[in-house]
Design a protein around this ligand. Sequence first.
Ligand code: PLP
Length: 516
Amino acid sequence: MNDEEFEAAGQQMLKYVIDYHKNIRERRVMPDVRPGFMRKLLPDHAPHTPEKWDQLFKDIERVIMPGVTHWHHPHFYAYFPTANSYPAILADILSDTIACIGFTWASCPSCTELEVIVMDWLVKVMDLPEAFLSTSPGHGGGVIQGTASEATLVAVLSARTKFINKIKEKNPSMEDGVALTKLIAYTSRQSHSSVERAYMIALVKYRILDTDEKQALRGDTLKKAIDEDRAKGLTPFFVNISSIDRSRYPKQSCIPVIKISMFIFLSQVCATLGTTSSCAFDNCKEIGIVCEQENIWMHIDAAYAGSSFICPEYRPLLDGVEHADSFNFNPHKWMQVTFDCSTMWVKNSKDISQSFSVEPVYLKHENEGLMPDYRHWHIPLGRRFRSLKLWFVLRLFGVKGLQDIIRQMDNYAVTRFEQFLLLHTVSIYLYLSIYLSIYLSIYLYIHIYICGSNEINEKLIKSINEDGRIHMVPSRVDDTFFLRLSICTTRTQNHDIDFAWKVVSEVADNVLKTAK
Ligand code: PLP
């Protein structure tokens, strides 16, 4: 492809992108294909000679689109939001154009320096502790990881090295492998699965601690576990506090009336909306204080919720973050930055950089130490110019624009759905006993449960997805299986919420009729 051909193809592709977004409602939100569908559409070997662009372009609709789940369709209510915006797409084009591998400052100074600057901007936008700034005296700083799972793993591995070294200071002859067996980490049973995976990958012992009736891990529970483990000769070293993804729900009891509850979830904590002293900040603080007293690394995983802290009204939920050694959230979930962009800050970057430092001659450069060499801050060597996405998004939306989006999406979850429920209380009460919680605000989840049995709710989700007009996924807490509706795209409008409600109530009605 030469320059002229690229220009023509590029224009055609840009038009395709715009049309895709404009006309997304005309597509079926979930593909109607069976596993292996694509084998019938493509040859079983790569072309030996170049094909024409036009042939390839046609195959986007013929081969790819039939199997695409349209995450940005306004009727997509599954999983969680994943961000998509024109500024981020433009930035990715530029990143692909520069196509650098910014593992050290010298390998592409702009790649490193822009990342340092936008990560500092975000600290200020979100009112995070100054200790996370690159200019802080304690070697704080931020880095863009690919995913929250990687951020947690990096935090665990760094803390592991730090504590193995501490154990060895007192026992110089002890081997690393033996010191490793002394370490123990903690998390609550409501944390994301990626935390357990990080502990498994790091080969550290861990305990999953009980939460209180509001699903919050409390400081005294953590303290008790630490005391027990120290008595056994172990070294507690790491606690993860994570924001909910799949299972941060209060235990639900089935009640024969519609109940609307609103909760805000952050980290391990949930708070009833509107209360002044919510568990949300009590727990983060409580756990932080225990961690500081006991000298344990506290990591906050706010993968999903984190973006909301750009709105000052949600920021109090993050009180206690000042105790955290590391903090992470995913702008690629809710802050208009396309995947992948997971921002992580640490109070002392040396804890990370010294854990992963290997120094081959070909990676060294003469300006070392003046700016971060990010190859020391994460697992891969190579890294994309991801800060361009954050920079474009922050500049072209402005903080105010991003705040407006978060508030608007909240509003859909809360106001619209709530109104629906209130308006339909009588009719629904007659034939559906739906327990519905709006885990809102920062979470935008609406939970739907038909009282009766798990089987009937399994049938409901299956029927909704077979119906195909909207797409949702289920979840389970303890023994309760329920449906989970998440507002996923900025394109969602009031009439989409109305439509979702129509579909859910119609299908539920049918499911209940056939169940009788
Ligand atoms: N932690 C939390 C709280 C999440 O909600 C999620 C994703 O949904 C993750 C971690 C995993 O995110 P990632 O895909 O960025 O690893």
